[in-house]
Ligand binder design. Structure first.
Ligand SMILES: [Zn+2]
Length: 196
């Protein structure tokens, strides 16, 4: 496995539409391993092929589980989505969102709260999945990358520097810090991973 370079805002590859994958090859299998490794290395929870410069419709996700104290467990839950189609969405929720391709930025984004997706897995077998909460958010965010869209297009407010905001523990949204110095420790402790 190897780490891949994550493309960042300004790279034209992030604004293209990508073609489906026709067959699983050794090269693509290696790409998937590299995508997981790169995502874990950068503490992301999702990564789409275009973000590492590959023009195919696939993305990977692994949302960390939390124990009772809210600490992330080491357990891995990797999921591969190839040639995904969004079957249906419902609900609406606004949450803070970030992206490995827009480093150190965060914004509140409104998206459906529930999604049903159909895709192929690593063995090119079709599966359907229904997701809520963070997983739904992550799926919709990564899916957008395959059509050249980034979350900042959907942001309900400004794109903030991550150091300037604090999270509202109840809503999962971010807001500008009122007192930068005093809030720093607190927000670091409870900062959820939201880089997609
Ligand atoms: Zn992203």
């Amino acid at each position: 496995m190897a780490l891949r370079e994550v493309r960042v805002a300004g790279d034209p590859i992030l604004n293209k539409t990508f073609r489906p994958l026709k067959e699983m090859t050794e090269r693509i299998s290696m790409l998937i391993d590299d995508m997981f490794e790169t995502m874990y290395d950068q503490e992301g929870v999702g990564l789409a092929a275009p973000q590492v410069g590959v023009l195919r419709r696939l993305f990977v996700i692994d949302i960390p589980e939390e124990d009772e104290d809210g600490n992330e467990t080491e357990e891995k839950h990797p999921i591969v989505f190839i040639n995904p189609e969004i079957v249906e969405t419902s609900g609406e929720v606004t949450l803070a969102e970030g992206c490995l391709s827009l480093p150190n930025k965060v914004a509140n984004v409104t998206r459906p709260s529930h999604v049903k997706i159909r895709a192929l897995d690593r063995d090119m077998q079709e599966f359907e999945m229904e997701a809520d909460d963070m997983l739904a958010r992550c799926i919709l965010h990564e899916f957008d990358h395959l059509d050249g869209h980034v979350y900042s297009e959907l942001a309900t407010g400004p794109l903030w520097d991550i150091e300037d905001v604090e999270e509202d523990g109840d809503t999962g949204m971010v807001r500008l810090k009122t007192d930068k110095g005093a809030k720093k420790k607190e927000s670091r402790k409870r900062r959820r991973r939201r880089r997609l």
